[in-house]
Each structure stands twice: as C-alpha cells, then as structure tokens.
Design a protein around this ligand. Sequence first.
Ligand SMILES: Nc1ncnc2c1ncn2[C@@H]1O[C@H](COP(=O)(O)OP(=O)(O)O)[C@@H](O)[C@H]1O
Ligand SMILES: [Mg+2]
Length: 313
Amino acid sequence: MSDARNLGRVAVLMGGRSSEREVSLSSGSGVLAALRSSGVDAVSFDPGRQSLAELESARFDRVFNMLHGVGGEDGTIQGVLEWLRVPYTGSGVLASAIGIDKQATCALWESIGLPVPKGRVVTDAAEVPALLAELGPSLVVKPNKDGSSFGVVKLEDATAETLAEAIRSSQEVETDVIVEQRIHGREFTCALLGEGAGTQALPVVEIMAPGGDYNSVNKYQGNEVKYACPAPLDDAKTEEMKRLAVEAYRAVGARGWGRIDTMMEPDGTIYLLEINTNPGMTPHSLVPMAARAIGVSYEELVLRVAAEARLDR
Ligand SMILES: Nc1ncnc2c1ncn2[C@@H]1O[C@H](COP(=O)(O)OP(=O)(O)O)[C@@H](O)[C@H]1O
Ligand SMILES: [Mg+2]
C-alpha cells in the first residue's frame, strides 16, 4: 500500500461547473475524508468557485481530480495541470478528451472491432427520417458529453414525431446528442486500475434498476437499484466482459483508473456504452463497490489512485 507521507500536499478537485457538479462534490468529499483519515495533507479545491491562479500559487505536490463531466473530465483541466506541472490522477489530456465524447469513443472502439451500439451524433432534426430508416424504431437519445444519465431518453416504436421530441428534450442538456440503437438486456460496469499492459479489471458489477431504468434519480438517491458484485455471470462471460473492458480502456489510452459501462443482450452479446475517466466515488458509486469485492477498502482505493498521479509523458 502507498505511504501517505509520500503523497505530499494534495488538492482534491471537486465541484466545477458541469451539470455533474453536485455528484462531484459528493465524490470529492468522500475522497478528501479518505485521504485525511489516512494521514495525507489534503485540501479541497473547487475550480467552479476558486481561481486557477490559486491552484498555481498554492504549489500542490499533486491533484486528486474528482471533477466529473465537461471542464473536469474532458482534457481541459488536465491541460491546465500539465501547464502548471502538477501531477494529477486519472487519464491525461487526449484520453480524457476522447473519453468524454461518447461518439468519438464509440467510433474508436468500432474501428478496432469492439462491439458498440450503432448510432451517431445528431444536431439537426431534419435528419430524423433518415435516422429511423437506418437505426430502426428502438432507440436511445442521449447527450454526447454529459454524464450521470441526465437527458437520456429511451424510445420504443419511435416515430418521426417522438424521435424529434426526444432529440429536443435531450438537447436541453446538450446540443450534440447521440441517437443509437437501444440495447435490451442486463446492465454491467467494469472498473479498471493501472495503465497499458498493467491494466487490471476489478470484479464486474451488475446493475439492476427497477424496470431496467438506471436514471439520474435512482443512480444517486434511494435504494431502488440493486447491485451484484461479482456479477452472476459464468466464468467465460466474466472473462469476456473484463477482456473487452481492458481492451476498450487501453484503446482510449486511459490511465490510473476508469470505468466502462456495458450491456448484454439475452443471447450473450455484449455492447460497450461508454468510458468514465473520472468515475464516481459517492456512497452509491460502483468502483468502490468493485474494489470492496476483492478486499480493497475505499481508503486503500483512494491511496492507490492518488499514488499513480502523473503528468503526460
Ligand atoms: N444504447 C443503449 N441501450 C439501452 N440503454 C442505454 C443505451 N445507452 C445508454 N443506456 C442507458 O442509459 C444510461 C446512461 O447512459 P451512458 O451511456 O452510460 O451515459 P452516462 O452514464 O454518461 O449518462 C445507461 O446506464 C443505460 O442504463
Ligand atoms: Mg454511464
């Protein structure tokens, strides 16, 4: 385990300006408490409220980046930290910029033969009839970069009218929305630690939301969603899911830690939905749950991720 004293003075970035600000504050408070209880000299830093000049003048030894979404998980704050030469947790500039963009990520995965739902980014409602012809009437509309399931609309038997309406509603969250084929089946997530050939997959988590609807409300509130970790899959499926997650993580060039969301159809076909390069660390979050399944506590997980903070080469 990493020695808390070697980590130096740590700034935990949390909050920020994205739609996931509240989730980030929750993740960040957990991480800050874990660092402090392990004896690390750690303070919180909110780029949504504090000037980045303060980040520079405070001369931190490292940053634990617990920002979610645009501005914190998309390569921009990573670029600032590169410029300031302050090592930070998680993925670097390019992997973060790819990972935040679901369409870019899926295009990359598809190009190396990894399984993704068919779909594309739509900005203009005039494309609706062509989309229906291409993708069929069972669809998911979601913001390309936003997270936490904000603005996700699921359609069955979509018509030009209902699809156009779903696009409009998703565009209230973000102008660039993805329309993709809806996968019917079980939902999973796989957490990854490390990087490159040293990437390690944690036990797969199955997410069982009421009515199969894992939305922004039941993601963070209440106890409606049930989880199983390790997911009840046979050994071959478990290995396949982990192998796909590792390949997908490495293809993006992710490092430190991350989480890949997947779904599996009843015939066993697995699809990759997205990568999260700064995964949640709230009380409901899935990476700490997966770590716990192999006997790694929340505090140990935080120390391990913090110890791997670095700059792009
Ligand atoms: N193609 C799809 N088919 C079925 N459900 C989907 C699909 N894409 C997303 N979902 C559902 O919406 C949720 C959020 O989508 P996701 O791509 O993980 O984005 P984010 O978590 O960033 O909001 C998923 O957890 C899943 O329940
Ligand atoms: Mg997700």
